[in-house]
Design a protein around this ligand. Sequence first.
Ligand code: A4P
Ligand code: MG
Length: 149
Amino acid sequence: MAKRERVYVALGSNMGDRAAHLAYARDRLAGLPDSRLLKASRVEETAPLGPVPQGPYLNQMVLLETTLEPATLLDHLHAIEAERGRERRVRWGPRTLDLDIVRYGDRAVRQPELTIPHPGLPERDFWQRELAELDAPNPAPSRTESARG
Ligand code: A4P
Ligand code: MG
């Protein structure tokens, strides 16, 4: 039987209704076969990285538990991107929805079409923050408002 793995998927959008693209991706990821969406980080607005002038991103990371193989999961991610009208024109350029596999259990993959862990991880402080948030043992308790202030 295939092993259940904990997989971290990064979501990014900087075109159109960015929050709606992320919400759509979360729904689709939650419905993937042989998978469960365990947690989602906060959504964060980030300044664009890289050489292409473009608008700010909304970024978020989710934690999935899945028995899908990495290449199969990547195919699903590309299908979800395509459903949001993603066109691959400019590398690093603006996009309605970008889905990247950041970590896949303890696995290392080095293939032309798939590198895991994602090589951008050391440079992306927002990914590191999101990973830390997802790895925190418990969600921070929400502050309870006192009736007397
Ligand atoms: N690919 C290889 N490894 C992976 C992986 N671990 N996860 C391949 C997903 N895909 C992976 O990706 C090109 C190919 O990378 C895929 O077909 C897959 O086979 P793409 O999404 O078509 O192209 P891209 O996204 O333009 O290039 P790349 O190198 O993936 O760029 P990134 O790293 O996705 O960066 N600024 C902010 N603030 N926030 C962002 O999220 N994102 C980018 C894009 C630029 N600037 C940003 C952000
Ligand atoms: Mg990408």
